[in-house]
Design a protein around this ligand. Structure first.
Ligand code: HEM
Length: 84
């Protein structure tokens, strides 16, 4: 039995892009190919986190943050990001 990331649901990029805080009630972000749910985060209200916006992969923006990947540890995982 495998419990690796390949078991996670596939989330197409276009689905993530609509979870941006405007077009859909759910708010998602991605990092390292994993999609996270920040709908209930008070720090991502309306899809905005400081100068950063939900609905996309934010790997390139993480170096600008005062924190590292530890902030993802407690977020619900939605699935893994795929290009479709
Ligand atoms: C100007 C840039 C940023 C600032 C000032 C900032 C600031 C913060 C602060 C103060 C927290 C609270 C937890 C902590 O202090 O460690 C936090 C949490 C978080 N940040 Fe950032 N951040 C920035 C950029 C980013 C970027 C680029 C991402 C995504 C790659 C990100 C993702 C998150 C996530 C997922 C949380 C946890 C939210 C939660 O658990 O409710 N942040 N950030």
């Amino acid at each position: 039995m495998s419990t690796g990331r390949e078991d996670l649901p596939e989330i197409p990029e276009r689905m993530l892009s609509l979870r941006n805080g405007i077009d859909h009630p759910d708010i998602w972000i991605a990092c390292d190919g994993i999609v996270y749910d920040v709908t209930n985060s008070r720090l991502w209200k309306k899809g905005r986190h400081y100068e950063h916006w939900a609905g996309q992969a934010l790997d390139d923006e993480l170096p600008d943050a005062p924190h590292d990947r530890e902030v993802f540890a407690n977020l619900p995982v939605v699935g893994r990001l795929v290009q479709m």
